[in-house]
Design a protein around this ligand. Sequence first.
Ligand code: C2E
Ligand code: MG
Ligand code: MG
Ligand code: MG
Length: 277
Amino acid sequence: RSKRRGHGQVTLYSVDIAEEMKRATQLEQALRRAVIADEVDVLFQPIVDLRTGVPIGFEALARWYDDELGQVSPATFIPLAEERGIIVSLTDVLLKKAARAALSWPHDKYLSFNLSSVQLVDPATHGRIMAVIGEVGLEPARLGLEITETAVMADAAIANNIIDRLHAEGVSISLDDFGTGQSSLGRLREISLDKVKVDRAFVSEITRDRPSEHIVKAIIALCDGLDLEVIAEGIETVEQAAKLLQLGCVFGQGYLYGKPMPAGDVEDLIRASEHYT
Ligand code: C2E
Ligand code: MG
Ligand code: MG
Ligand code: MG
């Protein structure tokens, strides 16, 4: 790539942007087709009691495989869906699939679903979520919504109202990726929160890095005081699990307990876990 300054560089730069926009538009069109053709899938990752390994719930994670594009990460297509106005229909499709799968689980296992922060500034969100789970027949108390704080949630009043109303219906609310990004301690007392998910960034360093251990310790103490459940994300080793238990964290998820898996495997895992002690 040319390092020359001046007109030539401006032209190259514009070509790059044009290429980028073209790619995004192709991706958008493919995603729209995939939503209509019902090709976006959902996998489930167990959330377990760290003391026993028994799953208490499952987090739904979106997966999209396109014949031409290959596997596209949700870290790519979820933001694209948010930017291009596809997120509402995508959420409807994904929540419906996930809720249908959850219907066949024992009643004490809940479904945890990631809700886009874009939908937290849309007053129609409460109605849409209740309509989807109502249609499927999943009790609101078996649904958890994972929310993150982003700059988009600038309108905190609308977001709080949507969260309050869902919470009042019995839906539990988790703050995802806690400790990174935009999460502020102040929001912890403003929203009807039930759970906090400690970001993988801290968990992955917890046995190697003193600051990470102290941060997790502080989050656990804070959540104890506020009566919030703590869930550790991204547990990959038994050492990390042991450290978390020692610090008083009782729930977690990560590759150690199971990677995101298809609905059929969830039922096998639940059956197998009935023999854990
Ligand atoms: P998230 O909600 O924080 O989900 C956790 C991510 O960490 C998932 O990545 C999961 O596969 C991965 N993970 C879980 N355990 C481990 C581990 O032990 N090690 C490592 N290295 N990774 C682990 P995934 O599935 O690629 O999803 C990325 C993000 O995309 C999610 O982060 C969430 O923000 C978003 N996302 C996924 N599905 C949906 C969806 O249906 N709706 C919305 N709005 N967002 C979604
Ligand atoms: Mg999540
Ligand atoms: Mg997370
Ligand atoms: Mg995340």
